[in-house]
Design a protein around this ligand. Structure first.
Ligand code: ZN
Length: 285
């Protein structure tokens, strides 16, 4: 069935900021809300249709401040009409329920981690009661979760939550590979992830993949050539090649557009992306 999925338009997600990269790492990392809106608009024009967003405080540190998320969401809806806004609930491990404080804004989507794992220098904590609470808030506010699969068990946990009604619709899973101390970039595991998603959620189930650092382009290539959707952006990787910093989020999006051309996958328009993910079409656009 892989072939049928290869005719699907490819949804490009741009993870614009994240909670770690700084201006010192790459001056193109957008930190203020105004910078984030400008950077996302360029990425949207380049072909991205989902904006995965974190926000930072005045010192550039990660925050879950609903007011900042609200300003960003409003700016994106105005300057990138139709683009899918996805807010991160994962950026501040250990912060408890404040991680979901922006969900009452009812963004189109929010990221949802359903289990814990190690990160480069710490434990990425997602205790069961917090996962249940975040999922219930998403159901309450009509927010579609994107399941961040740092491990195979996270895909099976999402299936279990779907069966129990904790996730309203067929889970949209993102495979994250290449985080140090979590799942490495491994082609056999990648293939098994795809097989598992199709077994649990159907042969035409949509999925996405992200690779960290230099692995970003590898996972982009694997995802586009395997009928999946692709995530890129400065959150995951600040370089365009070994020696060169990426000039913008848009430049990283362009690399995925080039891969879509190479593998003859159309790049999804925002309308197609919303249709595939069963998201409402905003009246404004
Ligand atoms: Zn993120």
């Amino acid at each position: 069935m892989k072939d049928a999925n290869m005719t699907k338009p490819c949804i490009i997600c741009v993870a614009i900021t994240g909670s770690l990269p700084t201006k010192e790492n790459n001056p193109a990392v957008p930190i203020t809300v105004a910078e984030q809106i400008e950077s996302t608009q360029e990425a949207f024009e380049a072909g991205a249709t989902i904006a995965h967003c974190h926000v930072r405080d005045d010192e550039g540190k990660p925050t879950s401040d609903p007011e900042r998320f609200g300003r960003l969401k409003e700016g994106l809806e105005k300057h990138c009409p139709g683009m899918i806004v996805q807010l991160s609930t994962g950026g501040r491990s250990g912060a408890g329920q404040t991680r979901g404080g922006m969900l009452p804004l009812s963004p189109d989507m929010a990221s949802l981690s359903v289990g814990s794992n190690n990160f480069p220098t710490r434990v990425y904590e997602n205790p069961p009661e917090l996962v249940d609470w975040l999922a219930s808030e998403m159901v309450k506010y009509g927010v579609k979760p994107e399941i961040e699969a740092f491990d195979l068990s996270h895909i099976l946990k999402a299936a279990d939550m779907f069966k129990k009604g904790q996730i309203a619709e067929t889970p949209y899973v993102q495979f994250v590979m290449g985080v140090k101390n979590a799942m490495p970039v491994d082609r056999d595991v990648f293939e098994y992830y795809i097989k598992t998603v199709h077994r649990l959620f159907g042969e035409d189930a949509n999925w996405c993949a992200a690779g960290i650092g230099a692995h970003q382009i590898t996972l982009n290539d694997w995802a586009v050539s395997s009928g999946g959707h692709a995530r890129t952006g400065l959150e995951d990787n600040v370089r365009i090649d070994r020696d060169t910093l990426a000039p913008s989020n848009a430049a990283l999006v362009q690399r995925v557009v080039d891969l879509c051309d190479k593998y003859e996958r159309p790049v999804a328009t925002w309308q197609q992306a919303r249709e595939m993910l069963n998201l409402k079409v905003p009246a404004v656009a």
